[in-house]
Each structure stands twice: as structure tokens, then as C-alpha cells.
Design a protein around this ligand. Structure first.
Ligand SMILES: [Zn+2]
Length: 140
């Protein structure tokens, strides 16, 4: 899971959790947040992040995550390396996001009857065909 919290938000969560007392569920979560913060600000994590940026950054396509709060999302592996958080661009076209209504395959409202075309989902494609048919009838 990834969530973008600024330092004040992270502190607010820790303070709120401390109000839960010494229950292990709260103290374990606080420890996890403190450890994440310490690791993410470590010179080793920053170094892996910098190397990833130098070697793999491709603006507009593959962008290495570089937080303004000096944290680096890095997962050190036991296999002589680390995973560094990066963002891969995926266009609406690749993801079949409907240019008309914004719906997408897999949503509950996405039409299942027929095919979409020209960037339209099945429902919008059907509506467009109906409008085209209406237009043709008026013109003939
Ligand atoms: Zn649509």
C-alpha cells in the first residue's frame, strides 16, 4: 500500500495512536510508522533513489518517486539490490477509459453488451450509433 502523507499528517497519526494507550495494536503501528520514517530518510534509501533517478528516470513515462519531504520509497532486498518506487504513465487510451463518460472496463456501470470504439465505452458507442441513426433518418 502507498499513501502520500506529509510530515504533519504522519505526526498527527502517531499522536492519535498514542492516545490509544499501550495496546499492542497501537504501539506496533506506531513502531512501524517510526521505522518507516527513519528508513525512508536514511542515506542508503536516498542513495538508491538517486541511482534509480540517474539510471531510469524518463519524464512523462517512468518517473522515479522523489518526495519533497526528503523521504525515499525504497525496499531493500536481501538479493543484492533494492526496489525503488517509480510511476509508470498509462494513458486513458491504453486503459480503455471512455472519452465521453470516463467509465472503464471493470467498473459496475461499464456496458457489457457490444463493443466500444473510437475511445467510447459500449454504452456511449451505442448512444453515438443511435444518434447517428437518428441523424441519417432526418437527412433522408
Ligand atoms: Zn462512455
Amino acid at each position: 500500500m502507498w499513501i502520500n502523507l506529509d510530515p504533519q499528517e504522519l505526526e498527527l497519526i502517531k499522536v492519535t495512536l498514542k492516545q490509544g494507550g499501550n495496546h499492542p495494536a497501537f504501539t506496533n503501528l506506531i513502531d512501524k510508522l517510526v521505522e518507516w520514517e527513519k528508513d525512508s530518510r536514511s542515506p542508503l534509501h536516498k542513495h538508491f533513489n538517486e541511482i534509480a533517478f540517474e539510471n531510469y528516470e524518463d519524464e512523462g513515462n517512468l518517473e522515479i518517486d522523489r518526495q519533497g519531504d526528503e523521504t525515499a520509497m525504497v525496499s531493500i532486498s536481501e538479493d543484492d539490490g533494492a526496489y525503488v518506487l517509480a510511476w509508470q504513465w498509462v494513458s486513458n487510451d491504453e486503459a480503455d477509459i471512455c472519452t465521453e463518460c470516463g467509465d472503464h472496463p471493470g467498473s459496475e456501470t461499464y456496458g457489457t453488451v457490444g463493443d466500444g470504439y473510437d475511445g467510447l465505452c459500449p454504452s456511449c458507442a451505442d448512444k453515438a450509433e443511435e444518434e447517428d441513426d437518428d441523424g441519417e433518418e432526418e437527412n433522408t
